[in-house]
Design a protein around this ligand. Structure first.
Ligand code: ZN
Length: 266
């Protein structure tokens, strides 16, 4: 049984100095591959470096909505240069993490919204131009993100740590996207997420940890690790009444369908 962690920030500070050990432990637990999204221009080098020095990792390039306020517009040109150069790098597999985040009021002022949407749309254009899937952040922005996906004709990728309704999930699936579940689904009070993890078609599901963030109930804040994925996914298998083996096989297949360049890596 092998799992793919489709979203893990191995370049984040809590993993500093212990990435190889973390990946090794994850492999022992049954996680065969980890996809690492970048968050801003500075992190492009970090995720590229990890994917090229630690076996079993690939990377995505993008500017995360929470890092848009401090990013100059020229970082989008830098991103495009990176993408163009790395198209021949088999460890580079997607555009991400990109999206919109309207969780806090200061992220929703007209100016803040406009900059977030500008960065998101420019990155959707890059995804279209290079025919790459996108890894999406959709916090309090599920419908707006979908509107732009439709507008820019982006039809492949993963809606990460999804927290929308059934109807919204179905709209993403119709747009060609997979829906990703993480440690938040382990909390019994997470009724909406658990309902989705149980009811959505099996060919729409992928799994992730978003480590070091979004820990399952048995881990503290910023202590999440990709090694926890099998236990998290086991809870999803339990909700659906299927074997973990079958869920692992399906989500692995779905991850490759969402991110085709993974096929050569796993
Ligand atoms: Zn993330």
């Amino acid at each position: 049984m092998v799992w793919i962690d489709t979203h893990c920030h191995l370049n984040a500070e809590p993993f500093s100095g212990k990435v190889p050990q973390t990946v090794e432990l994850s492999k022992k637990n049954g996680v065969s591959h980890i996809l690492i999204p970048s968050i801003d221009r500075d992190s492009f080098t970090d995720v590229h470096h990890i994917a090229h020095t630690v076996d079993g990792c690939s990377y995505a390039l993008g500017i995360h909505p929470l890092y848009v306020p401090q990013s100059p517009e020229s970082d989008l040109d830098v991103l495009e240069q990176w993408v163009q150069e790395k198209m021949t790098d088999s460890r580079f597999v997607a555009i991400g993490e990109i999206g919109l985040d309207f969780y806090l009021p200061e992220r929703c002022t007209p100016a803040a919204r406009e900059k977030q949407e500008y960065f998101f749309c420019r990155q959707l254009e890059i995804a279209r131009q290079y025919d790459l899937p996108v890894l999406l952040h959709t916090l309090r922005s599920v419908d707006t993100v979908l509107k732009f996906l439709r507008q820019y004709g982006v039809r492949r990728g993963i809606a990460h740590a999804f927290n929308g309704s059934m109807q919204q999930a179905e709209a993403y699936i119709n747009q060609g996207f997979k829906i990703s579940f993480c440690g938040t689904v382990t909390y019994e009070r997470a009724h909406q997420r658990r309902m989705l993890a149980k009811e959505l078609p099996i060919d729409a599901l992928v799994v992730e940890t978003d480590a070091p963030d979004l820990p399952p109930y048995w881990k503290n804040k910023r202590e999440n690790s990709p090694a926890e994925l099998p236990r998290i996914a086991g809870i999803i298998a339990g909700l659906r009444g299927i074997s973990p083996e079958y869920l692992a096989e399906c989500t692995r297949h779905n991850a490759v369908s969402a991110v085709p360049r993974l096929a050569d890596r796993i």
